[in-house]
Design a binder for this molecule. Structure first.
Ligand SMILES: Cc1cc2nc3c(=O)[nH]c(=O)nc-3n(C[C@H](O)[C@H](O)[C@H](O)COP(=O)(O)OP(=O)(O)OC[C@H]3O[C@@H](n4cnc5c(N)ncnc54)[C@H](O)[C@@H]3O)c2cc1C
Length: 339
């Protein structure tokens, strides 16, 4: 029998959608992602991006902050406690041309659902150098919190690439382990995209060496030692210089996880799912809703993802009721009062 709603993804958006859907008696299924090496390297293991961080200080309700993994486990537990069923696989394929929709997971099981909520978040971008790929997991990483404490990085010089909040956060975090952190940014300090407080914090850190107007031209190393440094190029003069470093942490933004959709839902040029109605979570496919970073090129915060997850569950509930997919006599809809 087809599910009323399947939620794909396990960050704040997915779990919030699940809590609301479960409390509306939609008996949701969350396909939370697979525990695989591929997902570990991509930073897309179950529980989403907050599972990769330490303190979360801006999620309301935790005046002293909360550890990201703890917050995510709490959300999962709450969703499960409300009656959510959880499948620990990736969704590899969907067929949105049929009703009910078909959703195939990496175990090869095909599930059917009248409505879908896509909450698959976003993945880290890399620079795209061959030498960067060569030393991935042997010095090159996109997650300081996951890898920064590894023995190979302790008391050694490290490189962080980027000019946004992530680069500042990751660079500051790495100063706990590194002898020094070279912050490589292609523009000037004044042009950094990070919030001023983050820029001030990282540039005031005595262990941080800013490398303004610079790009990584090549990651250096050998098969025996892995990465040993980077060759930087000054974008204004073309001059190159070598910086010794045991690791390079790339923090240059994220790409939404929409590959499994294979073009069946409309996205913008960067791959973010387009929401078709202002303030709502509808997508280009009737009955498919999207929430969180996968559909949010602007805010990309845990609380906004959670808020969108709530809206997606309410939108899905209303859509199911309108399309007579909710049996008469079964209580539902108590949360949804908007006309
Ligand atoms: C290092 C770091 C620190 C951060 N700190 C903060 C902070 O302090 N405060 C804050 O508000 N925000 C913070 N953020 C941003 C915040 O984590 C994100 O905005 C938020 O997690 C987005 O939630 P989401 O539900 O959209 O998706 P995500 O958290 O990205 O989770 C989506 C998950 O869905 C799963 N998934 C993906 N593809 C599939 C598939 N095909 N099948 C099944 N499952 C799939 C994966 O497990 C993936 O991890 C931080 C982000 C990072 C990277």
């Amino acid at each position: 029998m087809a599910e009323k709603v399947i939620i794909i993804g396990s960050g704040p958006a997915g779990w919030t959608a699940a809590i609301y859907a479960a409390r509306a008696n939609l008996h949701p299924v969350v396909i939370e992602g697979a525990i695989s090496e591929e997902n570990r390297l991509a930073g897309t293991l179950p529980l989403g991006q907050l599972n990769l961080t330490t303190e979360v200080e801006n999620f309301p309700g935790f005046p002293k902050g909360i550890l990201g993994p703890e917050l995510m486990m709490n959300m999962r537990e709450q969703a499960e406690g409300c009656g959510t069923r959880i499948i620990t696989e990736d969704v590899s394929d969907v067929d949105l041309s049929v009703r009910p929709f078909k959703v195939t997971d990496t175990a090869g099981t095909t599930h059917e659902a009248y409505s879908l909520i896509i909450a698959t978040g976003a993945s880290a971008n890399y620079i795209g150098l061959d030498s960067e790929s060569r030393f991935k997991n042997r010095g090159v990483s996109a997650c300081a919190v996951c890898d920064g404490a590894l023995p190979r990085f302790r008391k050694r010089p490290l490189v962080v690439v980027g000019g946004g909040d992530s680069a500042c956060e990751e660079g500051t975090y790495l100063t706990k382990f590194a002898s020094e952190v070279h912050l490589v940014y292609r523009k000037s300090r004044a042009e950094m995209r990070a919030s001023p407080v983050m820029v001030d914090r990282i540039t005031a850190n005595p262990k941080v060496r800013p490398e303004w107007h610079s790009v990584v031209e090549e990651v250096l190393g050998d098969d025996e030692r892995g990465m040993t440094g980077v060759r930087l190029k000054d974008v204004r003069t073309g001059e190159t210089r070598t910086v010794e470093a045991a690791g390079m942490f790339v923090a240059i933004g994220h790409t939404p996880n929409t590959k499994f959709l294979k073009g069946q839902v409309e996205t913008d040029p960067q791959g973010f799912i387009k929401l078709t109605e202002p303030f709502r979570t509808m997508t280009s496919v009737d009955g498919v809703f999207a929430a969180g970073d996968v559909a949010d090129p602007i805010y990309k915060q845990a609380i906004t993802a959670a808020g969108m997850g709530c809206k997606a569950a309410l939108d899905a509930e209303r859509w199911l009721a309108h399309h007579h997919k909710l049996p008469a006599g079964e209580p539902h809809g108590s949360q949804w009062n908007v006309g």
